[in-house]
Design a protein around this ligand. Structure first.
Ligand code: TRP
Length: 329
């Protein structure tokens, strides 16, 4: 069995894109591997969030992952900042991370451009913290999107470097966990690109039916096909992609046919799509609203997760300290 680990950004509400990208696969994966999922709240400090937002976002993400089906009795679900061992490993890895390689990291260069007023050392060493997250449990598989691949490569470099410096074969060289065909990319409702929180083109799992109807009815379309079987332009293709994810095969076939015969009425299609999204989201929404009231349960979940993650982290830190040469007096 592999040890799989994934870090979740505490971004607040999750949308359909998050669900069909990672979340749904995490839920499956927890039964197949030794899985660690954590909420990366240390990482989120690189943008200096207000204290209320920090806690609120962590709480909401925790609730939504539970609502989506992560089972804290099966996987290890925890919050990064409850594991200060990660911060210690990060400190130790920082001693063998070089300024040049950190400055060359694509994500860092992007931050230089996007937040020039706050280029802090946490941003620079973001990949080192990520390596500590992964290697603290000696994970060998990490589900990440394309944007995170360079970080994973750096993790392998830090692991190899540690092994080389101390002449040990201690850390594994983790690789990306690929969901293959299980990964469905959900586009946004604005006609271009994928669904994202900051893009404002998303449907959240917690959205109420009226909100979903409004959002779908406002989705970008065009004036309709004029040639039989013509290829769909992006905004239309996008609506069909969302439909593929949430609607019944009959429904999809019906609208495909209408489109191909140039008889489609987008208003009708959107109405149907909205109702199918509502049916899809409503069990999640129900659980999310329920969990929001269950402070005691959340407290227990976090307690169990911390305990399990701690056991693994403490073992690694103890061994790493020995390898490095720290000795007790
Ligand atoms: N950097 C990841 C992201 O932006 C989040 C993350 C932090 C992570 N630590 C991790 C992902 C460790 C995988 C493994 O999405």
């Amino acid at each position: 069995m592999e040890t799989v680990l994934s870090g979740i950004r505490p971004t607040g509400n999750l949308h359909l894109g998050n669900y069909f990208g990672a979340l749904r696969n995490f839920v499956k994966m927890q039964h197949e591997h030794n899985c660690y999922f954590f909420i990366a709240d240390y990482h989120s400090l690189t943008t200096n969030p207000a204290p209320v937002d920090l806690h609120g976002n962590v709480r909401q993400v925790l609730i939504e992952y539970l609502a989506a089906g992560l089972d804290p009795n099966i996987c290890t679900l925890y919050i990064q900042s409850n594991l200060p061992e990660v911060a210690e490993l990060y400190l130790l890895f920082n001693m063998n991370a070089y300024l040049g390689e950190l400055e060359r990291t694509t994500s860092f260069k992007e931050k230089l451009r996007s937040q020039p007023d706050n280029v802090n050392a946490g941003l620079l060493t973001y990949p080192v913290l990520m390596a500590a997250d992964i290697l603290i449990h000696k994970a060998n598989k990490v589900p990440v999107g394309k944007d995170q691949e360079p970080h994973l490569e750096m993790t392998r470099n830090f692991a190899k470097r540690f092994n080389r410096i101390y002449k040990v074969n201690y850390f594994p060289e983790p690789v990306a966990y690929n969901f293959g065909d299980d990964l469905i990319k959900i586009p946004g409702l604005d006609g271009t690109g994928k669904m994202g929180k900051s893009e404002g083109n998303g449907i959240f799992l917690v959205d109420d039916p009226e909100t979903i109807r409004k959002k779908v009815m406002h989705a970008v379309t065009d004036s309709g096909p004029t040639i039989m079987n013509q290829e769909k332009p992006e905004p239309i293709k996008n609506l069909f992609t969302i439909m593929q994810a949430v609607s019944k095969p009959d429904t999809i076939a019906y609208f495909e046919e209408k489109y191909n015969k140039c008889e489609i009425r987008y208003g009708e299609m959107k109405k149907q799509l909205a109702e199918d999204i509502i049916s899809f989201c409503s069990p999640f929404r129900g659980k999310i609203l329920e969990l929001q009231k269950q402070d005691k349960y959340l407290h227990e979940v976090v307690g169990t997760g911390t305990e399990k993650a701690k056991a693994s982290a403490l073992k690694t830190i103890k061994e790493v300290r020995e390898i490095i040469g720290f000795k007790r007096f």
